[in-house]
Design a protein around this ligand. Structure first.
Ligand code: ADP
Length: 309
């Protein structure tokens, strides 16, 4: 079982010839409104893409966007009984997608600022094998959710978007999942000798050096590297580089979320971190071949077929 505590956003997407620069207006294609938000995406990925029984703990408003999000979660068979309806606008992400599939995103958190971990939510978390968290909700809620896990449960933190984390959160994390930018942000912000003189502020940082620095803080780290694949590292083991699978990328929105959700689902079934990451890699590859975030998340059968070659 997996519990995801996090954000749900409606993605308002426009395809553009290039992302607007400071002060620039760019004319794009037709607007699309699709279900997204890192938390909700990862919950759908754990269920549809990973085949795990998954609860999503989050908050939405009382607007049309909320209906879009709840129906997408329910279509994927995510449990939504612990999603709060609050008096705030449903979270909204404004996304531009460039011809290479890359995206730029601004988020209005709205209802996501009201996500809470009360007794009922703590109890559900305590039943889970894996608690999957991101940083699109208040950090103290992330900390409460992690603290509610059962002793043999695992906390997977996707530290996205980049934010400073208090020590009280780090100590609760079993597996950290970050992309290259987030890894560099976190490693650069780590105190202690590992970050001095290692060139971690350079823009061309060796991912292996980042992993090394982050393993000082958490027992296991996964760094996703887009089309370059991912790097999986556990304390006391040699890091494993998993290449991405070759696909034609049309929209990379949600690739990282799909990876995280499928990883958590595989871990909840007892897979090793390496094997979970292989499945997640196949899922990430399939996700970039379709437009949208939740709409692009593949089925567990398709993920397994691609991973098996
Ligand atoms: P994020 O969206 O968080 O920045 P990444 O872009 O690193 O995350 O993507 C997550 C994973 O999805 C990668 O590790 C890789 O396995 C897969 N992936 C992403 N982009 C591609 C691509 N262009 N081709 C194949 N796989 C990809």
């Amino acid at each position: 079982r997996v519990v995801v505590v996090g954000s749900a956003n409606v993605d308002v997407v426009v395809e553009v010839p290039h992302h607007p620069r400071d002060g620039e207006t760019v004319l794009g294609g037709d607007v699309r409104r699709t279900p997204g938000g890192k938390g909700a995406n990862q919950a759908v990925a754990a269920t549809r893409g990973g085949g795990a029984e998954t609860t999503f703990v989050g908050a939405v408003g009382r607007d049309e966007s909320a209906e879009l999000l709840l129906s997408s979660l329910e279509r994927a068979a995510v449990r939504t009984d612990l999603v709060d309806r609050v008096d705030a606008a449903t979270g909204t992400a404004l996304i531009t997608v460039a011809p290479d599939g890359g995206n730029a995103i601004a988020v209005a958190p709205g209802a996501n600022s009201h996500v809470r971990v009360d007794a009922a939510r703590s109890a559900r978390i305590a039943e889970a094998d894996v608690v999957l968290l991101q940083l699109e909700i208040p950090v103290d809620v992330v900390r409460s959710a992690a603290a509610a896990k059962r002793p043999d449960g695992r906390v997977v933190l996707n530290a996205a978007p980049s934010r400073r984390l208090p020590a009280g959160v780090w100590s609760l994390v079993d597996i950290l999942v970050v992309n290259e930018t987030e890894a560099a942000d976190l490693a650069g912000g780590l105190p202690g000798p590992t970050t001095t003189g290692t060139g971690l502020d350079d823009t061309t940082v060796d991912p292996a050096a980042l992993v090394e620095a982050l393993l000082d803080r958490v027992p296991a780290v996964v760094v996703t590297l887009g089309a370059e694949g991912s790097l999986v590292a556990e304390r006391g083991k040699r890091p494993l580089a998993i290449p991405a699978l070759p696909v034609r990328a049309v929209d990379t929105t949600g690739a990282g979320d799909t990876y995280c959700g499928v990883l958590a689902a595989a871990l909840s079934r007892g897979a090793s971190l390496d094997d979970a990451a292989r499945l997640a890699t196949a899922a990430g590859a399939l996700a970039v071949t379709c437009p949208g975030a939740q709409d692009a998340i593949p089925t567990a059968a398709d993920v397994a077929a691609l991973a098996a070659g």
